[in-house]
Design a protein around this ligand. Structure first.
Ligand SMILES: Cc1ncc(COP(=O)(O)O)c(C=O)c1O
Length: 439
């Protein structure tokens, strides 16, 4: 849209995004959009403009407190994975289940159907069939409460971007996947943590949560099942979190991308339906072993989902139609059951192997076993930091685990249990080889 606007005018213009004025020039695409400097002189000259490509001039939005620029902190987890996961001999940083090939997943007729698909744009909030399949996972939902996104990551982006403002307060579960943490901070939101505690078998410290929630709290955000601990909230803890959100009228945001990867086979209940101001996310990247489809979703109140959709017009427009088609098949009840059962078998075997290995290293490692997800958060009783430990494992033995520094709780390493058994065994053997030089 931006590009066609420019090419029609072939010149300079102004566009406005959330809290930011953009200076749009006829420079190459990558250079076209830059944050407008908020200096008073520039702001005055904006005000002086009477028209906006012939339309009434839009009103300026308030600037971000740092002067209009989003300052993103390094998303360490994703950066480290991007740099090294394809380089190492043994990658134990994956948090989902071992991915499928299309041949393993689909039958001949479905593959033929894909071959005949015309590759146009899809419906931008998701095809009706896919939104129906997603809404079956959340009793009481209708398809207008569902937005299909490019991975859960995009659902998190558009939801947080559309809901949080500078000066808001977000109460955020730690340890955690720090996407929402980093995004909220870049929007000028104050982020206040509450912790899952190892001594509580990774249950939340609810007293701490109660202390953190104030009348200023705009949102409480949790990850359930949790990355990196694999913990699952009890229904009592869920009720208390909902109660606290309700008490101050805050949004409850639950990243539920690991739902379906439970070792017990008993699916984690969703927060959806417990409280009106709830938004939940999900996707096919973890329990379903399909991260390459980049298929996620956001579910919640109609108005909030529609607002997130309008922000999504600025990000990727829509998810790919091939992914949406495959997702619709995968989410049919029988196929879904089969996919999740395969995942559980991988997890059951690997959690046992990892548990045995940890037991054999008592004094160096300890573990509260995960209840769900494709990962285990192993406590390290080492003299060095876990950042240094994981770096040296990677450099000296080419085995890659994520350090707890990436999740807001150092002292642990996160180890994949969703990988093939041989990969896990190889990784543990490489760590064994490295240990004499590291302890
Ligand atoms: C809690 C959590 N949310 C979202 C994501 C991103 O998932 P996706 O690949 O579906 O974008 C991850 C990835 O690791 C995650 O752990």
């Amino acid at each position: 849209m931006i590009i066609s606007l420019i090419s029609r005018k072939k010149g300079k213009g102004l566009l406005m995004g959330r809290n930011i004025w953009y200076n749009v020039t006829s420079a190459p695409v990558a250079q076209r959009i830059e944050c407008w400097s908020p200096e008073p002189k520039v702001a005055r000259s904006n005000r002086a403009r009477r028209s906006f490509f012939g339309h009434p001039k839009p009103q300026p939005l308030p600037f971000l407190p740092d002067g209009g620029r989003m300052k993103l902190e390094n998303f360490e987890l994703e950066r480290l994975q991007s740099l090294y996961e394809h380089e190492v001999d043994c990658n134990l940083t994956e948090s989902g289940l071992y991915p499928y090939t299309l041949r393993e997943l689909l039958d001949g007729a479905e593959i033929e159907e894909l071959l005949d698909m015309r590759l146009g744009y899809g419906q931008t909030n998701g095809t009706i069939g896919l939104r129906q399949a997603i809404s079956r996972l959340y009793p009481g939902t209708t398809i207008d409460r569902v937005l299909v996104t490019n991975g859960t990551a995009e659902a998190n982006l558009v939801a947080i971007w559309s809901l949080l403002e500078p000066g808001d307060e977000l109460v955020f579960m730690l340890p955690n996947y720090l996407q929402i943490w980093g995004l909220a901070r870049s929007f000028g939101t104050e982020v206040k943590p509450f912790f899952l505690k190892e001594e509580l078998a990774w249950a939340p410290d609810l007293d701490e949560l109660r202390r953190q929630v104030t009348p200023k709290t705009k949102m409480i955000a949790v990850c359930n099942p949790n990355n990196p601990t694999g913990a699952v909230l009890t229904s009592g803890a869920m009720d208390e979190i909902v109660r606290l959100a309700g008490e101050v009228g805050a949004w409850l945001y639950a990243d539920e991308v690991y739902r379906g990867a439970e070792l017990s086979g008993e699916e984690t209940p969703s927060f959806f339906g417990r409280y009106e101001k709830t938004l939940v996310t999900g996707g096919l990247s973890k329990a379903y072993g399909l991260p390459g489809l980049r298929l996620g979703w956001l579910v919640g109140q109609v108005a909030a989902v529609e607002k997130a959709w309008s922000f999504r017009d600025y990000t990727s427009i829509s998810s790919g139609i091939i992914g949406q088609k495959i997702a619709t098949w995968v989410l049919q009840p029988a196929r879904r059951r089969m996919v999740l059962d395969r995942g559980r078998q991988i997890l059951e075997e690997n959690v046992r192997l990892l548990g045995d290995w940890v037991d054999a290293h008592r004094g160096i490692f300890s573990l509260v076993p995960p209840r769900a997800s494709g990962i285990a958060y192993v406590r390290c009783h080492l003299a060095m930091s876990t950042r240094e430990f994981s770096t040296r494992l990677r450099q000296e033995k080419s085995v890659f685990v994520q350090d707890g520094e990436c999740f807001g709780l150092p002292g642990y390493i996160r180890v994949s249990i969703g990988v093939q058994k041989d990969v896990l065994l190889k990784g543990l053997r490489l760590i064994d080889e490295a240990l004499p030089g590291l302890c």
